[in-house]
Design a protein around this ligand. Sequence first.
Ligand code: 5RP
Length: 218
Amino acid sequence: MTSDELKRRAAEAAIAEVRDGMRLGVGTGSTVNFFIDALAAADRDLEAVVSSSEATTERLEAAGIRVVTLAESGALDLYVDGADEATRHLHLIKGGGGALTREKVLAGASRRFVCIVDESKLKTLLGEFPLPVEVIPMARAYVARELSARGGRPEWRERFVTDNGNHIIDVHHLQIDNPVAMERELNQIPGIVTVGLFARRGADVLLVAGADGITRIE
Ligand code: 5RP
């Protein structure tokens, strides 16, 4: 089965979590794009839908789903998003698509976070996928040095600007034994806007699509 087919299955499984009247947050990426297609087809009567990126907003609106701001919606009932890596402890690496800051805001604003992935993303340890870090542009070189000092190999994601006007550093070779502690430590470096580790507020439910069906981890 192709990776796209698995992503589609994970996305469709998440539709069962969406109920009429909910205030829903929608993540970003190719897995979420399948979720948006399935959401449009399911035709739920949602109270509000909030988007984590310009790309997702465009896709939702093209599917006929009205998007409101987080200020308009208030707290969310449910957030659905993909991930670049996930563990059975429900810790995630996110930000491959560069939308990590708004994604982390929506995850934080949601009562429940359902993460949808194909089985290739389920890992014992996080860090094979380079950790995305969003930085304000003037701090890029300083933050890169701080990340090197912690054993990572920072790589500037060239010609990429986030929806917030910032830059992304992808950090290779980090040893992430304790994701909660690392997220907390990296959050202290001035100039970092958001670290793509979602550990302090990880997922509540992980829906993993594999050749044998959907595995639910919570
Ligand atoms: C975007 C993200 C995505 O959830 C992550 O990159 C996974 O993407 P995809 O579903 O395309 O594999 O964090 O910032």
